[in-house]
Ligand binder design. Sequence first.
Ligand code: PRP
Ligand code: URA
Length: 216
Amino acid sequence: MDISQYKNVTLLNHPLLTHKISILRDENTPVAQFRQIVKEIAVMEGYEALRDIKSKMVTIKTPIEETVQPMVSGKGLCFVPILRAGMGMVDGMTELIPTALVGHIGLYRDEVTHEPHEYYCKLPGNLENKEIYVLDPMLATGGSANGAIQLLKAHGAKHLHFICIIAAPEGVKAFCEKYPDIPLYIGALDRQLNERAYICPGLGDAGDRIFGTLKG
Ligand code: PRP
Ligand code: URA
C-alpha cells in the first residue's frame, strides 16, 4: 500500500518504536513485559500525536528573572481507549498529560462477521470543545475504529485523532475513506489480514496478550 495517498496518516518510523513493536510481535513475550512495552509505545506515539496541542503563555519566575513561557494544560484533552486493548495505552498517554480526561468505549468484534458491537460508553461532557485521542493498538478491518469515531461524533465530538500500534492496509483504507480529515497515527503498517481478520504478521489478539486471557 502506498500510504502517502492518505494525507491524514502518519506512519511513525522510528527504530526504537519498531524495536518495541518487534518485542510485542514475539509470541514468547510474557504478559507483564507486553503490557509495559505497550505503555512505552503509547508514550512514544503520544509524544508525536500531541505535537500540535495548544499551550498557554504563563508568567513564571526563574532564579534569574520573571518570564512569560508556554505551558500545556490538559484540560481540553480527552483520551478514549477502545476496550479492552486500548486500556493498555492509557497509562502511557496520561504519563505525558496527567490532567487529561479519559473516556471509555467498549467494543468487541464478532468472531464470525468481524463487525464491532458496542457494550459500554462513558464519556466526559462538552466533547465538542475537546481534542480527543482515540486509543487502540490494532486497526484491522477498521470496523472498531470507525464505530468508535461514529459514536464519538454522535456525542458531539469534533476534534478527533486516532492512535494505533499496528495497522493493516485494509483498516487504513476503511478509516481514511470514511474519515479523511481525522489524523491517524500508526506505529507499523503490516502486510494484510488473514481469513479470520487478524493482522499478518501482527501480534495476535492484543486484548488477550495485554490481559493474559489467551486460551491454552
Ligand atoms: C481488537 C482490537 C480492536 C479491534 C480491531 O479488539 O483491540 O478494537 O479488535 O479490529 P477491527 O479493526 O477489525 O475492528 P477485540 O474486538 O478483539 O476486543 P478486545 O480488545 O476486548 O479483545
Ligand atoms: N484484533 C487484534 O487484537 N488483533 C488482530 O490482529 C486483529 C484484531
